[in-house]
Ligand binder design. Structure first.
Ligand SMILES: NC(=O)c1ccc[n+]([C@@H]2O[C@H](COP(=O)([O-])OP(=O)(O)OC[C@H]3O[C@@H](n4cnc5c(N)ncnc54)[C@H](O)[C@@H]3O)[C@@H](O)[C@H]2O)c1
Length: 291
């Protein structure tokens, strides 16, 4: 495989299993050193070992609960101590819950939003701050953030913007961030927030040539979807696999996606081919959503 990410250091949150594991494997296969950051230390360790053996890339298993908003900065310090720099963040760790909207409690709301929205934002903030810190003095933008937001288009000096990319951030949203979900209102709200945070971060970090994009997967049969399928079985009496099969039947490409289907577009966002792409949210869903 082409080594597009040779020399890069990538943090992937929630990489102990599922989509995150697939993404970390793909980035390592493209030459990146990968930090397998996960709440579950056991799966993080196993994944880090497996990736190191199968790809030859350097790996670090890191135990983190991203809902602790101080944890992102501590992780940044640990990764910089080991690798010296951070070039890529995949903000993937997430939780879902299937429950009718009228039955949601404040505790349900906080549990999902504290990870998917609040936690992911503060990890992004800590990593972005480190990415800015790493920029050599002569490549720093001369414009301040205030200049960037107030400057008239015609007055923009393209020479102020350094050409070299200084970081790539990819956030995991979902097709649930594109429209409401009566059985996962809090999850859908959190994933819509991920798209909004992606856009705000892209604007904030553009002067530094750090790009921020999101992907919106459809149905990926990970543990998350197994739980959704089981919950729908309990709520509606469907047999195991029935809820997922019904969803897959509505997908134009007529199949669920694999973690590798999601990892490819994410690797593209992390590559130099996407240096001029920022603030985007890409549906990776077999054609289910088209906006
Ligand atoms: N599976 C799908 O169909 C699907 C669809 C759209 C979006 N997504 C999104 O993709 C991402 C990955 O989903 P998945 O299907 O691989 O889920 P998964 O449940 O299989 O894996 C999630 C991983 O995140 C970790 N994690 C959970 N909470 C954490 C926390 N507080 N701190 C650190 N790590 C934590 C878990 O330990 C686990 O390893 C999520 O953000 C999810 O919302 C998934």
């Amino acid at each position: 495989m082409e080594q597009r990410l040779l020399g890069k250091v990538a943090i992937v949150t929630g990489a102990g299993q599922g989509i995150g594991q697939g993404v970390a494997t793909r980035l390592a296969r493209e030459g990146a050193s990968v930090v397998i950051a996960d709440y579950n230390a056991e799966t993080a360790n196993a994944t880090a070992q497996e990736i190191a053996q199968s790809t030859g890339s350097a790996t670090l298993a890191y135990s983190i609960d991203i809902s602790d908003v101080t944890a992102g900065q501590i992780m940044v310090d640990a990764v910089v101590a080991k690798f010296g720099h951070i070039d890529i963040l995949i903000n993937n760790a997430g939780l879902s819950q299937t429950k009718p909207m009228l039955e949601l409690t404040p505790a349900d709301w906080d549990r999902i939003l504290n990870v998917n929205q609040r936690g992911m934002f503060f990890v992004l903030q800590s990593v972005a701050t480190q990415m800015i810190r790493q920029i050599p003095e002569n490549e720093r933008p001369t414009s301040t953030m205030a200049d960037v937001v107030t400057i008239k288009k015609s007055e923009t000096k393209t020479s102020d913007i350094p050409v070299r990319n200084h970081g790539k951030i990819v956030n995991l949203s979902s097709i649930a961030g594109r429209r409401g979900r009566p059985l996962a209102t809090h999850y859908a709200a959190s994933k819509a927030a991920v798209i909004s945070i992606t856009q705000s971060a892209a604007l904030t970090l553009a002067p530094y040539n750090i790009t921020v994009n999101a992907v919106c997967p459809g149905v990926v049969p990970t543990q998350m979807w197994k739980d959704i399928d089981a919950d729908r079985g309990r709520l509606f009496g469907s047999q195991p696999g029935e809820a997922m099969a019904a969803f897959v039947n509505t997908i134009p490409l007529k199949r669920a996606s694999t973690p590798e289907d999601i990892a490819g577009p994410i690797a593209f966002f992390c590559s130099a081919d996407a240096d001029y792409v920022t603030g985007q949210a890409l549906n990776v869903d077999g054609g289910y959503e088209m906006d």
